[in-house]
Design a protein around this ligand. Structure first.
Ligand SMILES: *Cc1c(COP(=O)(O)O)cnc(C)c1O
Length: 495
């Protein structure tokens, strides 16, 4: 049976999965949601015998019902291959009784790879299915992580080009090096003399530029976005929650049907929403623990029912979670409002005009399986050090936020349910913060010296992604002002 998608802001239009992927955002500004969350067809015992790729097929086919078996398997096999440094793709590591689900074994050693390695293939397959002849041009503004993961995903994918704008002085040296050394004839990386907001605003203006769209169409191009609100990013993220439960079952760590908790370091609410979908598909998940850093909008929201972005923005050591508007939360709002688009649209209007909204008591009751808390910078660092000292296992700052919140949750509730913790980045991606947390003496060392020291401490080899950038030549050196972005795009496309 075909599964259709609707916008969270109006109930009129339904689209197929491939159309939702192509469009990204609905015309009314809403996010696409499936009309219902499909139930798993195979038992968890069956799934426990499957590879990551097989599991991906079993899960994704239920959401992307207009893809043929061949199309979907082709996308999956192109994505989850030896770009990952382990055959199991997403390994589970047990430390202090918690199961760390390592989502950082892909090309850019952060969890964005889990979805961005398959999105390009889903996108070009969707284009073909909908008779789109144009070449797809991905336009992205990045504050660091997403840009590199998108570049790695789209590099050399036929029928696509990718242009990434980043704030020239607003990303870490390693993040910049990762981007400007990107290979692939279809990739283009540009530094903006300004901050992330300038880059983001510039990109939004290009997306809305009708004259540019016409010129591009005449030359056979159209824009698309690799943004985390695309269902082509959400659906692949459901897979690893199903897979991790099945693996625990296979290894005899849990009984069939035993409930587990899941804890996720959260920014845009995409990753934890995927866990919520997995739960609704039939994976026995009890609590969904939402971990924030000092930008604790979500913690306050789960505490009070009020979402309020009017507050100071804090720069933390877990930058990928430094977010005040968690875009994917809109899907949960819509669903817990009883799939009421009108009600959701009113909340979103409040958010854009006053910066806040308050949900109803019934909606809060619908969210009872969510628990929110946050970790301060000190708690995050303490968690990294203490876990390392007790077990030798080294985690990154984002993962540590989740680990710290899990400790708080257990203390508060006494709940000792077995827990999967989404480990979203390799410690090598945030080496300086991680090493400083372990011992302040490391602050004096250079970036790559620290990398080698971490490798020695943690007893793991330096990931390929880091090894490569040590010596890789700079291939992108364009820098421009916000006003020049359009000209730069046109030059790259030769129009
Ligand atoms: C993006 C990101 C997150 C936050 O994930 P959301 O889906 O935005 O909630 C957490 N950790 C890392 C390392 C990330 O890159």
């Amino acid at each position: 049976m075909e599964l259709f998608y609707r916008s969270t802001r109006s109930n009129s239009e339904t689209v197929r999965a491939s159309q939702a992927i192509l469009k990204g955002l609905a015309d009314d500004g809403g996010l696409y949601v499936p009309e219902s969350v499909p139930r798993l067809e195979r038992s968890l015992a069956d799934l426990s015998q499957m590879t990551y790729q097989e599991t991906a097929y079993e899960v994704m086919k239920l959401f992307l019902t207009d893809f043929t078996e061949t199309e979907l398997k082709d996308c999956i096999n192109k994505a989850y291959d030896n770009k990952f440094d382990t055959e199991v793709i997403a390994p589970l590591v047990e430390a202090e009784g918690t199961y760390y689900l390592e989502l950082f074994h892909g090309a850019t050693i952060a969890f964005k790879d889990m979805a961005l390695s398959i999105l390009p293939h889903l996108l070009i397959t969707s284009a073909k299915k909908n008779h789109v002849e144009n070449e797809i041009v991905i336009l992205t503004a990045t504050s660091g992580d997403t840009g590199k993961a998108a570049l790695a995903g789209f590099a050399d994918v036929k029928g696509t080009r990718i242009i990434v704008f980043y704030p020239k002085n607003g990303v870490s040296p390693i993040q910049e090096k990762q981007m400007v050394t990107q290979k692939g004839d279809n990739t283009f990386v540009v530094g903006i003399t300004g901050n992330f907001d300038d880059a983001q605003t510039g990109v939004k203006m290009l997306f809305g530029d009708k004259a540019l769209a016409d010129t591009m169409a005449q030359a056979g191009f159209q824009f698309s976005s690799a943004n985390s609100i695309n269902i082509g990013r959400l659906v692949p993220q459901v897979v690893y929650y199903v897979y991790s439960y099945a693996q625990l079952l296979k290894e005899g760590k849990i009984e069939n049907g035993e409930k587990i908790n899941v804890v996720v370091p959260t920014g845009n609410f995409g990753n934890i929403l995927a866990a919520y979908f997995a739960k609704n598909m039939g994976v026995p998940i009890a609590k969904l623990i939402c971990a924030s850093n000092e930008n604790k909008v979500l913690y306050d929201f789960f505490e009070t029912g009020i979402y309020d972005k009017n507050r100071e923005f804090v720069l933390t050591s877990s930058p990928s979670m430094d977010i005040l508007i968690s875009s994917n939360l809109e899907r949960l709002i819509y669903l817990t409002a009883g799939a009421d688009a009108e009600k959701n649209a009113a909340f979103m209007k409040d958010l854009s005009t006053t910066g806040k909204y308050e949900i109803t008591a019934e909606m809060r009751a619908e969210m009872k399986d969510f628990y929110g808390n946050y970790a301060s910078e000190q708690e995050t660092a303490d968690t990294i050090r203490s876990l390392y000292e007790k077990t030798g296992y080294v985690i990154d700052t984002h993962t540590a936020v989740a680990a710290a919140v899990l400790n708080k949750y257990k203390k508060e509730t006494g709940d000792e349910t077995k827990t999967v913790l989404a480990s979203t980045a390799s410690p090598f991606k945030f080496t300086r913060s991680v090493m400083n947390a372990i011992d302040a003496k490391y602050d004096a060392m250079g970036d790559f010296e620290l990398v080698d020291e971490l490798s020695r401490l943690a007893n793991i080899s330096v990931p390929r992604a880091i090894e490569e950038i040590r010596t890789a030549p700079v291939l992108h050196d364009t820098v421009c002002d916000r006003e020049e972005m359009k000209a730069v795009v046109m030059k790259f496309l030769g129009i």
